[in-house]
Design a protein around this ligand. Structure first.
Ligand code: TRP
Length: 338
């Protein structure tokens, strides 16, 4: 068949949710955000600011409101084109909460009790083990299934939730026929794992103390200070050896991921030099990489009307897509016609 006569293939849908809690880190940028900008030509991408997930732990309302818009600005500043993709707030599309309720009735207590994130979060917030924290993965399943999502970019920490989402979809389809697309995980081919600056055996995380991560919005002085204090080792040789030299290896990974060259070339370049030099060069790299993003972020965040316009328009389109699935589900389970 020639190119002309072949039916156009439907583009695959990618759904990604990021919580508006805390600022995003350099790790989020290298591991996820900047890859999204590369996906937008080949996929329909939906970027959801999951504010409903965020309130499963107590949030300061003014901070939460501000961070939702900031996150939208960060998506755009990372190169995601709001004309081609959807960037919106979860709470603006009521279908998420509505489908979550229905899916709650297709999810077992036993399944939710086994979620390691629930166990960890309820240990960390022992004074507020609320039902939302428990059913968090069901809302996440609703997010994904509403859009007939094909692919979900997830880190290891969300794999178990995605597995549960698939189980729920398969279970529901088993009863009512093919209602949901069963999503797959999408693990980006490139993207080094960026580790904590203070404990380089752990992933860099925005929920850890400030000095352990670089925020995407950190200024040059902060970046220099944090990298200067990054934990290394006492062996004074610059080699990539994550097992024995996790701190030094992390700095090399960061530099390489930001375009400073292959790790082996960096090792050669740094031969005979000290950790001070490595840290200062790593800081140069990070500052240079974040500068354009930060400039664009500042421009966007100063234009609240534009950002509001983006999230409103996206929410309207998302709502249209989501409601198609929701109506189908409501009909299948037997809700009266409207
Ligand atoms: N639970 C995810 C996290 O904390 C965020 C999230 C919510 C999500 N809904 C999603 C991620 C849907 C992917 C798809 O990282």
């Amino acid at each position: 068949m020639s190119e002309m006569t072949r039916a156009p293939e439907k583009r695959k849908t990618i759904f990604s949710g990021i919580q508006p809690s805390g600022t995003l880190t350099l790790g989020n940028y290298i591991g996820a955000l900047r890859n999204f900008a590369r996906l937008q030509d080949d996929y329909d991408c939906i970027f959801c600011v999951v504010d409903e997930h965020a309130i499963t732990v107590r949030q300061n309302p003014a901070d939460l409101r501000r961070r939702c818009l900031e996150l939208a600005a960060i998506y755009i500043a990372s190169g995601i084109d709001p004309e081609k993709n959807l960037i919106y707030c979860q709470s603006h599309v009521s279908a998420h909460a509505e489908l979550a309720w229905i899916l709650n009735c297709f999810t077992y207590m036993g399944e939710l009790s086994r979620m390691t994130q629930f166990k960890a979060k309820s240990a960390a917030h022992a004074d507020n083990i609320n039902a939302g924290l428990f059913t968090y993965p069901v809302l996440m399943a609703a997010d994904i299934l509403l859009y007939q999502t094909d692919l979900v970019p997830v880190g290891v920490d969300q794999k178990q939730h995605l597995e549960l989402c698939r189980d729920i979809a398969i279970r529901f389809n088993g009863v009512y026929g093919d209602v949901f697309t069963v999503p797959e995980g999408y693990i980006p081919k490139v993207g080094a794992k960026i580790m904590s600056l203070q404990d380089p055996t752990r992933k860099m995380s925005k929920s850890d103390p400030e000095e352990t991560f670089i925020s995407l919005l950190d200024g040059p002085d902060t970046i220099r200070r944090k990298l200067k204090r990054a934990v290394t080792d006492s062996d004074a040789s610059i080699r990539f050896d994550p097992e024995n030299k996790p701190g030094v290896s992390n700095l090399l990974s960061i530099m390489s991921a930001l375009g400073a060259g292959e790790i082996s070339a960096l090792e050669t370049e740094f031969e005979g030099l000290g950790y001070g030099e490595l840290k200062s060069r790593a800081a140069d790299c990070v500052i240079a990489a974040l500068e354009p993003l930060q400039a664009e972020f500042r421009r966007l965040i100063a234009d609240k009307a534009y950002l509001q316009g983006v999230i409103n328009a996206s929410a309207e389109k998302a709502g249209y897509l989501a409601n198609k699935t929701l109506r189908k589900v409501q009909k299948k389970v037997g809700f009266a016609a409207r």
